[in-house]
Design a protein around this ligand. Structure first.
Ligand code: F0G
Length: 464
């Protein structure tokens, strides 16, 4: 049954035309892109759901804030506007801006991790995993088993299994664990939330062993909204109070501000402790920029400060989550399998059951991405073996991920409900003809760096 979806809680001030390219253009573009949708030009795409990262629309207040940007190299007013917003909304005294989330990851993991270290996680996303692997450390998934039951409607599939977490700490030893990290919401596992209780439980374990606890908080506001809806003890808290309660449980945050904080570019690390702040600054200066700008223009810092307030708006967030759920319901009516419940920022189609004839080694999620693009110029992203396969450290043999998903990520405030209807029609049409899909994909080129082959890999079709 469809739930009610209200109209968009905004009106549109600036429009950007978009056109459906002809089928022949799409077919040529796909071949030119080597079956990797990162290789498409944006005008070859109609509805672009590759990512919700940096693709949202800024508000009138954010555009106005750009003009207030102070471009001083050091000590800019815009940095202090950000610092004040972080203090008010997240409660942290220290903030290090970064050019985007992976800049923050480079500073954090590059500074705190050494070869052989282990980072317990619920599940890391792509560049997060890549940064950890590339310093010679490894992430260890401690997510609850429900994360892998795609049809269960368990409300907090992003939760950490506290038993698994303690086992990992005891197995590897706390001296080899420079930090524990929890991603909110859990992007790799379907945009699924983590409960406030679970965040607090992880925090307690981290404190018990004296290990710093960080949230990867790119989608903290969506996570907080799910907490409000699904965690009875939080039903009467405001979104702002829940975000603050999540932050209060952590020693720090690493944030890609291109998601919930509503900017097109930006990232940050926050922490409470002056010592940690100073430990992180040298690498910030080497790779990002001076401590008060971290690779961002003053105007970017100013728009980010405003975005942090806007992400706490409940009317906006309730529509956002409803719009994603609406897409899910339209797919559900046609029987398309996807991770239930719908995620906060995206629908994650279960490519393994959508295209069961294609072995995971031949990248069914990426075949589905290609087919959906050909069908209606909708661009999503494959998040399966191409993105997340790893090598067994002892044997070197390939370890395939448990999930093989095709993600349709919804940019914030950019598309309307009727775009969701178009997307659902396109995916449903591919679903109807799914048995005629008679090929997989194999790698023709793979970059020599771990964890990033879905960005740069070249693929070619292989008949089943
Ligand atoms: N953490 C999470 C949970 C993310 O989803 C991402 C990026 C990052 C960190 C890295 O941030 O892109 O600003 O460098 N996710 C994007 C996505 C790209 O499509 O989900 P970034």
């Amino acid at each position: 049954m469809r739930s009610r979806i209200g109209p968009e809680p905004f009106k549109i001030k600036a429009v950007e035309p978009m056109r459906l390219p002809d089928r022949s253009v799409r077919e040529e573009a796909l071949v030119r892109a080597n079956y990797n949708l990162f290789g498409l030009r944006s005008e070859e795409v109609y509805v672009d759901l590759l990512t919700d990262s940096g693709t949202g629309a800024m508000s009138a207040a954010q555009w106005a804030a750009l003009m207030m940007g102070d471009e001083a190299y050091a000590g800019a007013r815009s940095f202090y506007a950000l610092k004040d917003a972080v203090k008010e909304i997240l409660g942290f005294d220290y903030v290090i801006p970064a050019h985007q989330g992976r800049g923050a990851e480079n500073v954090l993991f590059g500074t705190l991790c050494k070869k052989g270290d282990v980072i317990p996680f619920n599940m890391p996303f792509d560049t997060t995993m890549a940064h950890i692997l590339n310093v010679g450390a490894k992430p260890v998934d401690c997510v609850v088993d429900e994360a892998f039951d795609l049809v269960s409607d368990y409300p907090f599939k992003g939760n950490v299994d506290i038993g698994k977490l303690e086992t990992v700490i005891n197995q590897y030893g706390k001296e080899n664990i420079p930090l524990i990290m929890v991603t909110v919401t859990n992007n790799s596992g379907g945009g699924q939330p983590v409960s406030l209780q679970n965040i607090r439980d992880v925090s307690q374990v981290a404190r018990k062993y004296g290990i710093p606890f960080f949230l990867d908080a790119a989608r903290m506001a969506e996570n907080a909204y799910f907490i409000k809806m699904r965690e009875p003890s939080c039903a009467n808290m405001s979104l702002k109070e829940i975000i603050r309660a999540m932050a209060d449980a952590a020693d720090g945050l690493a944030v890609s501000c291109k998601k919930d904080p509503l900017v097109n570019i930006g990232g940050m690390i926050t922490c409470r402790n002056e010592e940690m702040y100073h430990v992180l600054l040298p690498r910030t200066i080497l790779y990002e920029g001076f401590a008060t700008y971290g690779g961002l223009a003053g105007r970017d810092l100013q728009a980010l400060a405003q975005g942090l307030f806007e992400m706490t708006d409940e009317e906006y967030m309730s529509h956002r989550v409803a719009q994603v759920r609406h897409l899910g319901e339209l797919l559900d009516e046609a029987g398309v399998p996807f991770v239930k419940p719908a995620g906060g920022h995206a629908i994650f189609v279960d490519a393994a059951s959508f295209l069961p004839r294609i072995p995971q080694r031949l990248f069914p999620a990426d075949v589905l991405a290609a087919e959906v693009y050909i069908e209606g110029a909708v661009r999503g992203i494959g998040l399966g073996a191409l993105a997340f396969a790893t090598a067994d450290p002892e044997t070197g043999s390939e370890v395939l991920p448990k999930l093989e998903l095709f993600r349709l990520a919804i940019p914030r405030r950019a598309y309307t409900n009727s775009h969701m209807e178009y997307v659902a029609e396109v995916v449903n049409d591919v679903y109807k003809r799914r048995e005629s899909v008679d090929y997989g994909l194999e790698l023709a080129y793979e970059p020599p760096v771990k964890g990033i082959r879905h960005f740069l890999g070249k693929l070619r079709p292989k008949k089943l």
